[in-house]
Design a binder for this molecule. Structure first.
Ligand code: AMP
Length: 197
C-alpha cells in the first residue's frame, strides 16, 4: 500500500467526489483537504480581506477569485498534516489553479500521483444538489436551481482545459460517478493501491 501520495478529486458539484475522497482518505490515512471546507472556514473565522471575499462570494453563490484561493491554499499546504501526502477535493477547479498547484508540488519536491475525474451528467448533478439544499452564510439557498446552473456553467467552461492538462501528464483517471458508492470506491481503491511511489 503506497504512502505519501498526493491525489486530486475533480468533478462537478454533486458528483460524489467528496464522499469518495473521504473513503480513500480514511483507508490510506491521508488528510482530506476540501476546498469548500477551507473557504467556509475563512468565511467563518477570518476577519480580514480574504474572509470578506469568502463571505460575499458564498452569499452570491459564485466562485472565489483565483488570487484569494492561492493565498488560502499556500497556507493550507504548508501546515504539518499536509506534509505526508494529501487528497485535494474541489481544488483545482480551473487551468490556472491546476498550474498553481503544479508549482507548489514542484517547489516542495512532491509529485501529484493521480487525478480522479468523477463524471456525472448535468441532470444528475442538478438533481443531487437540489436534494442537498445547502444554505449560504446569509441563510439564502446556495443550492437553488438558478445558482446551481450558474456554478455548473462556470465549471463546464473550465473543464476541458483541466482535463486536457492532466490527460497530457498521464495522471487522469475518469470514473463513472453514476454507480453505487461502493462500486466507485472499489475502482478508485484499486487504482490507488497500484500507485508506485
Ligand atoms: P464546495 O463545498 O466544493 O461546493 O465549495 C463551496 C464554495 O466554495 C463554492 O461554491 C465556491 O464559492 C467556493 N470554492 C471552493 N473551491 C473553490 C475553488 N477551487 N475555486 C473557486 N471557488 C471555490
Amino acid at each position: 500500500m503506497p504512502n505519501k501520495i498526493n491525489l486530486v478529486f475533480y468533478g462537478p458539484e454533486g458528483s460524489g467526489k467528496s464522499t469518495q475522497a473521504d473513503l480513500i482518505a480514511k483507508k490510506y490515512q491521508l488528510p482530506h483537504l476540501s476546498s469548500g471546507d477551507l473557504v467556509r472556514k475563512y468565511a467563518k473565522e477570518d476577519q480580514g480581506i480574504i474572509g470578506n471575499v469568502c463571505r460575499e462570494t458564498l452569499t452570491e453563490g459564485k466562485y472565489i477569485p483565483d488570487s484569494e484561493m492561492y493565498v488560502m491554499w499556500k497556507q493550507r499546504l504548508k501546515e504539518d498534516d499536509a506534509q505526508g501526502g494529501w487528497i485535494l477535493d474541489g481544488f483545482p477547479r480551473n487551468l490556472t489553479q491546476a498550474e498553481f498547484l503544479n508549482r507548489k508540488v514542484e517547489k516542495y519536491g512532491q509529485e501529484l500521483n493521480m487525478v480522479f475525474f468523477v463524471e456525472v451528467s448535468k441532470e444528475e448533478s442538478i438533481r443531487r444538489l437540489i436534494k442537498r439544499g445547502r444554505k449560504s452564510p446569509d441563510g439564502s439557498l446556495h443550492d437553488s436551481p438558478e445558482r446551481i446552473t450558474e456554478r455548473l456553467k462556470h465549471y463546464n467552461q473550465a473543464k476541458k482545459e483541466v482535463l486536457e492538462y492532466y490527460q497530457n501528464r498521464g495522471i487522469l483517471k475518469t470514473i463513472d460517478g453514476e454507480r453505487s458508492i461502493e462500486e466507485i470506491h472499489q475502482e478508485i481503491d484499486s487504482l490507488v493501491n497500484n500507485i508506485e511511489v
